[in-house]
Structures are given as C-alpha cells and as structure tokens.
Design a protein around this ligand. Structure first.
Ligand SMILES: NC(=O)c1ccc[n+]([C@@H]2O[C@H](COP(=O)([O-])OP(=O)(O)OC[C@H]3O[C@@H](n4cnc5c(N)ncnc54)[C@H](OP(=O)(O)O)[C@@H]3O)[C@@H](O)[C@H]2O)c1
Length: 283
C-alpha cells in the first residue's frame, strides 16, 4: 500500500506528536487532508485549531472516525491506551494498520488490546519531529508487509529520518535518539555557562554556542566524514582544541556519555515492563 491508496487515516490523540505528524504528512502532500480524521479525549478547542490549521476532519463520533479507516495512528499517552483501544476495537479488521508512537508499549500489548492479530507498527520519534528533524526508530510485527513498511517509512520520513529496528532495540533507540535531544541541550547549556564564566556577554555566548552546534551538525551531515575524522582535523598538536579536549578526556566525558545512554536504555526497559504490567492489571 502506498500513501495515495489510503482511503482514511485516523489519528487518536491530538497532542504534540500527533500535530508533528499531521504537519509532516500534510505539508509534504503525502495524504490529502480530507482523508485524515483526528480526535482526542475532550479538548475541543485543540481539535478546532487543528481543523483550521490543516483542514483535517475532526470528530468525537466513533463511527465517523473509525468506520473504514485503513490506518490508525495511536498518539495518546501510554497510560491512556487501554481505554482508547476499548473504544476503537470494534472497528478494527485484520487489515487495519495500527501505528503506535507510544513510548514503552509493546506491540504484543496492542495486539492483545485489539483482540486480534493485525499489522502493528511501533515507532519511537523524538521531539525534533516538530520541525521535521526527528530521528525515528520503527519496529513492525511479523505480519506487516514490505509494502506497508514502505508506507510507514514515507509517513515517518515526513518528520525526519526513519530507521527500522527489531522491537527489542527500541529501548536503545529511546536511550540514544529519544532522549538524545536533551543530551545536546545539556551540552549547549554547559558550553554557554562556560563561555559566560570566562567573560563573554550571555547573548553573544548563546549565539556562538548555537551556531557552533548547528555548524558541527551540518558538517557531520554534509562532509561525509566520521565524527572522529572531523575531530582530528580540527585538533592540531599542541593547539587550543587539543588542550580543551584533554580536559574532557581527564573527566572521562566519553565514558559518561556511554553510561548515560546505557542508563537511559535500562530505564526505558524498566518503564516498558511497568507499563506492560499495568496494562495486564487494567484488563
Ligand atoms: N512528544 C514527543 O516528542 C514524543 C516522542 C516520542 C514518543 N511520544 C509519544 O507520543 C504520545 C503522545 O505524546 P504527546 O507529547 O503528543 O502527548 P500529549 O500532547 O499529552 O497528547 C496526548 C493526546 O492524547 C489524547 N487522549 C488521551 N486519551 C485519549 C482517548 N482515550 N482517546 C482519544 N484521545 C485521547 C489527549 O486528549 P485531551 O487533550 O483531550 O486529553 C491528547 O490529545 C505518547 O505516548 C508519547 O510516548 C512523544
């Protein structure tokens, strides 16, 4: 199935991630707005705003929302999934493609809540989806077809980069790119603070740090060189960069990053287990 063959795509949940996906799909003309239906729990004003902004259909009528939907995107908070699935279960068929962006909810739980085996996709985007620059990890269950995988890639490519992984690797994706934007903000904060401490004006420090990160990120993307190669190229023996990097090495910052990713990944695993237990108990 390609995007043009979708007759109806329904988005359950209308928060930040739902809007990022709507914006991506509509601005990239992937699916016509009149084929998209959106709902939330009770915030009518938010639905109205989305209708005005993107010309999508909005409704609280389950029949209008769900009858004949070929693709359903689950975009509520993980704790709300059991209740939402109860409402949509009767409209599901064995061919309905369910795409979940819910952090920590296993595909098996969604199949169980759906009451049948159907194609399920679990995606882990990050907050940069809001500006079309997410790094998204996607896992699919064993009945998702290659055609559906292509469709899924075209959907998530509208909000950034899409990589397919095995479901068990999604915790690592969460530890690397899900939480990753915060690591970069942490670095930016620390660099700004350091710049101010040696006497730069805060506004100037902010501008220099932001542009440095932007420039380095673009070099990583455009130069075709590895981070190691780029680092070596700017580090002349006995120079300023080498002197600065020696301090980072002395503080074992590389080790701290590895541990940071490991710990975030373990936390993602733990939270997934807790959530699965809650979903089992809620049933
Ligand atoms: N934001 C991110 O960067 C990000 C990244 C990765 C994954 N995610 C995942 O994306 C999901 C949504 O996150 P978010 O940040 O977009 O959350 P959010 O802004 O809080 O939005 C949640 C939405 O779900 C709706 N909702 C709750 N229960 C519902 C129900 N039973 N039926 C229909 N709609 C229901 C809410 O409606 P009301 O407003 O009416 O209550 C709201 O529109 C989460 O599961 C999260 O794990 C988000």
């Amino acid at each position: 199935m390609n995007a043009k063959e979708i007759n109806k795509l329904t988005m359950i949940g209308a928060g930040n991630m739902a809007e990022a996906l709507l914006q991506g799909m509509i601005n990239n003309q992937l699916i016509q707005a009149e084929k998209i239906w959106v709902t939330n729990r009770s915030n009518e004003q938010k639905l109205q705003e989305l209708k005005e902004k993107y010309a999508v259909n909005i409704s609280y009528d389950q029949e209008k929302l769900l009858a004949g939907a070929d693709v359903i995107i689950l975009a509520m908070k993980p704790k709300d999934v059991a209740r939402a699935m109860e409402q949509i279960r009767q409209y599901l068929t064995k061919d309905t493609l369910i795409i979940s962006v819910l952090a920590g909810v296993p595909m098996e739980s969604i199949e169980t809540l759906a009451g049948q085996k159907l194609p399920v996709v679990r995606a882990m985007p990050n907050t940069s989806a809001a500006i079309g620059l997410s790094a998204t990890g996607v896992a699919v269950n064993d009945i998702v077809t290659d055609g559906q995988k292509e469709l899924i890639k075209t959907i998530f490519d509208t909000v950034g980069l899409t990589v397919f992984v095995k479901e068990e690797q999604l915790d690592a994706v969460t530890g690397v790119s899900g939480s990753g934007p915060a690591y970069v903000y942490y670095l930016a904060e620390a660099m700004e603070k350091g710049a101010v401490e040696i006497g730069l004006d805060p506004e100037i420090a902010k501008a220099l740090v932001r542009q440095t990160l932007l420039g380095a990120a673009n070099m990583l993307e455009q130069s075709g060189k590895s981070p190691e190669q780029l680092r070596k190229e700017v580090t002349s023996p006995g120079g300023t960069t080498e002197a600065g990097l020696k301090v980072l090495d002395a503080h074992q910052v590389n080790k701290a990053f590895a541990e940071c990713i490991q710990t975030a990944t373990s936390r993602s695993k733990e939270m997934g287990k807790d959530l699965t237990n809650q979903l089992i108990t809620a049933k």
